[in-house]
Design a protein around this ligand. Structure first.
Ligand code: C2E
Ligand code: MG
Ligand code: MG
Ligand code: MG
Length: 295
């Protein structure tokens, strides 16, 4: 097969680097297959949202849920965004899919009890789409969801890749009354610069810092500095990816306001979350939190 590939490559007048082409072909075919399935996925009812609770570290109370997209693919199984989001972005399918996410998240959670936010992720292509603002506003109207309880999460890439248009879109979203969070903070090239460009309501401290926080004085210093910076700029903070008790205690000590992570609760479908007997809304020092790790 390698010979054949080389022969084909020579015929095309390329050098023998084309020996790797069979693999590239394989990857390209896979990509096309996923893209083609993705076109039908919403219509085929294969998309779901899982919700991950976010707690206030001081009280242990659930203050919000982040909606995370899952694709229940008929043959490939449950796929996480890492498996298909880039394809959705590059093909433009993310716009339609993103609208589905916004509507579904607001519909699904609008009946839930309590005073909580719903966090929804947006990617670059979505924020560059001029229709995003009207899509959000329509979803709010259709579900009667209080805008101030919706938080849209963007990453630094959104501001990095784009122009004033994206900034204007974010400002227009803000005018609707929704909140804007800066996700994965600290992983980009010029995180601090973005804080000056847009008045975010929240900074989500990336998992990378949390992961190393215990035992690494540098990560601790960064977390507490971000926290103080956020306070000075009137922004809230959430730390992502809390996986053990030590991290939870440390983050609380460092003054981080809110946290989410597998220790507290894994992302779950709405029905599973409703049936979950684990009461995570009590005291954060509740020993049952430890049980959450084992579950
Ligand atoms: P993100 O917004 O930073 O979401 C947090 C990710 O960390 C989620 O991965 C979540 O499952 C995972 N996570 C939560 N707690 C822990 C933990 O304790 N340890 C570890 N190792 N991971 C944890 P997921 O669901 O695979 O999503 C990955 C990314 O895909 C998200 O990162 C977000 O940027 C994007 N995404 C997810 N859903 C959507 C969506 O509906 N629309 C768009 N545009 N992007 C989405
Ligand atoms: Mg997020
Ligand atoms: Mg994140
Ligand atoms: Mg992330």
């Amino acid at each position: 097969r390698a010979d054949l590939a080389l022969y084909a490559a020579k015929n095309k007048g390329r050098d023998n680097l084309a020996l790797f082409e069979p693999h590239l072909d394989q990857a390209a075919r896979e990509r096309r297959a996923i893209e083609s399935d993705l076109r039908e996925a919403v219509a085929n009812d294969e998309m779901r949202l899982q919700y991950q609770p976010i707690i206030e570290l001081e009280t242990g109370q659930t203050t919000g849920y982040e909606a995370l997209l899952r694709w229940y693919h008929p043959t490939r199984g449950v796929m996480a965004p890492g498996d298909f989001l880039q394809i959705a972005e590059e093909s433009g399918l993310i716009v339609q899919l993103g609208e589905w996410v916004i509507n579904r998240a607001l519909q699904e959670t609008s009946g839930w009890e309590g005073d909580f936010r719903v966090a929804i992720n947006l990617s670059t292509t979505q924020v560059m789409d001029a229709k995003l603002v009207s899509a959000v506003s329509q979803a709010l109207r259709a579900t009667d969801f209080p805008p101030e309880r919706v938080e849209l999460e963007i990453t630094e890439h959104v501001l990095m890749d784009s122009s004033d248009a994206s900034e204007n879109t974010l400002l227009a979203l803000r005018k609707l009354g929704v909140r804007i969070a800066l996700d994965d903070f600290g992983t980009g090239y010029s995180s601090l610069a973005y804080l000056r460009r847009f008045p975010f309501d929240r900074i989500k401290i990336d998992r990378a810092f949390v992961k190393d926080a215990c035992g690494e004085i540098g990560s601790q210093a960064i977390i507490s500095t971000i926290t103080r910076l956020a306070e000075a700029m009137n922004m809230e903070t959430t730390a992502e990816g809390i996986e053990d008790r030590e991290q939870l205690d440390l983050l609380r000590k460092l003054g981080v306001k809110e946290a989410q992570g597998f220790l507290i609760c894994k992302p779950m479908l709405a029905e599973a979350l409703a049936n979950d007997d684990r009461d995570i809304s009590g005291d954060a020092s509740d020993p049952r939190l430890d049980k959450a790790v084992i579950d």
